[in-house]
Design a protein around this ligand. Structure first.
Ligand code: GLV
Length: 381
């Protein structure tokens, strides 16, 4: 694809994805909740952190390799869970998982994916992570956990910050609220994206793969989405985390911790890691930026539980900033979704490659060779 040859940064991928992906799905991935104040704070908070330029240090032995949850990775990044990835590009979950695995980093499949757990497991040869939403129907939750275990998923990422859904205005205007009502304007917009139409039509599914055929009496995207909308559980508590811990045998990650007190509880919960996250600015509008929460949480629990981070990572320099403030690794969401929308699997590879190369140069210019050396000393005021 000609337009990919000039791609030098994540923003370029975003520009191409914006042209190629139907507006409703592009906006779905990009939007934040309500006024998008927290969405913007995630970015401005990261940009306000200065890296510390060092010179005349031998940086000829640079290596971005490290571990996440005890597993070796080529770089401290993973692909975070994103709903409806298979509608950003046909078979998007499978393509993104392949790109991540080839790059030596983890991929997380969302509960609200288009390709199912089994679809992805059948198409890749390494274990991936599975993100879990706890629905009111605990029998269904148990069956999802069992399916993830049967598919040999290597970690369960439990989302804890979505007991109710933060409103994203654009989704409603685009008819992509839950339940969705695809408006005629959307259909016309889709018709102007022939490559997207071809990719999605060649995909295995156009509905929520993990739910379709698994929820009794539900068929088709509209009734499933309606079911899901009523299924997020506002009564979810730490007791449910205990229950999940007791039935999930593998690594458990709690995603969506922003407050040090919650981090302390997470540390005591038996989870292996937590993700410092405000859900990419998509839930509590007015919440603090994810990056500003990170050092406070690291100070409290950094030695008790592995800290992952997400929220506004658009470059390798951003990854370095989060690592300096206490993260073991960063999850990227929109950054890879833009790559996927721009060019499918090749676009996801490109996104990962961009971030890895930026990290490498950033390490050189801050005077470090290994991930283990990165701490607050690579920051300046
Ligand atoms: C789902 O997790 C969303 O943020 O839309």
């Amino acid at each position: 694809m000609r337009e990919m040859t000039n791609v030098t940064c994540i923003e370029d991928l975003r520009t191409i994805a914006r042209r190629k992906v139907p507006r409703a799905f592009f906006d779905y991935a990009e939007a934040g909740a309500y006024s998008e104040q927290t969405l913007r704070a995630n970015r401005s908070g990261i940009e306000a952190i200065n890296l510390r330029q060092r010179v005349l240090v031998d940086v000829s032995a640079r290596d971005t390799a490290t571990t996440i949850l005890g597993e070796p990775v080529s770089a401290p990044i993973g692909l975070g869970p994103v709903a409806m990835t298979g509608l950003e590009y046909g078979n998007g979950e499978i393509l993104a998982c392949r790109a991540a695995h080839d790059a030596g980093i983890p991929f997380t499949l969302s509960t609200m994916s288009i390709c199912s757990i089994e679809d992805v497991a059948g198409a890749v040869d390494k274990p991936f992570w599975f993100q879990l939403y706890v629905m009111k129907d605990r029998g269904f939750v148990r069956s999802l956990i069992e399916r993830a275990a049967a598919a040999k998923c290597s970690a369960l990422v439990l989302t804890v910050d979505l007991q109710v859904l933060g409103q994203r205005h654009k989704d409603i205007k685009n008819g992509l609220a839950v339940p969705p009502s695809l408006k005629i304007g959307n259909l016309i917009n889709m018709a102007t994206k022939p490559r997207w139409v071809a990719s999605v039509l060649s995909g295995r599914r156009w509905t929520f793969g993990n739910l379709d055929g698994h929820v009794k009496g539900m068929k088709g995207v509209k009734s499933l989405a309606g079911w899901v909308g009523g299924q997020f559980d506002p009564a979810l508590t730490w007791k449910d985390v205990d229950w999940i811990r007791s039935i999930w045998p593998g690594k458990l990650v709690l995603k969506g911790i922003l407050d040090p007190e919650d981090a302390i509880l997470a540390g005591k919960s038996g989870a292996d890691a937590l993700v410092v996250s405000n859900h990419g600015g998509r839930q509590l509008d007015g919440a603090r930026s994810s990056i500003s929460a990170l050092p406070k949480i690291a100070d409290k629990v950094g030695s008790d539980i592995e800290l992952l981070f997400d929220g506004g990572i658009r470059s390798g320099h951003d990854v370095l900033r989060a690592l300096a403030l206490g993260a073991k690794a960063c999850l990227i969401g929109r950054s890879y979704i833009f790559g996927l929308g721009a060019a499918g699997e090749a676009g996801v590879r490109k996104a990962i490659d961009i971030i890895r190369k930026e990290m490498d140069v950033g390490m050189a210019l801050t005077g470090v060779n290994t991930i283990g050396e990165i701490d607050r000393r690579i920051l300046s005021d």
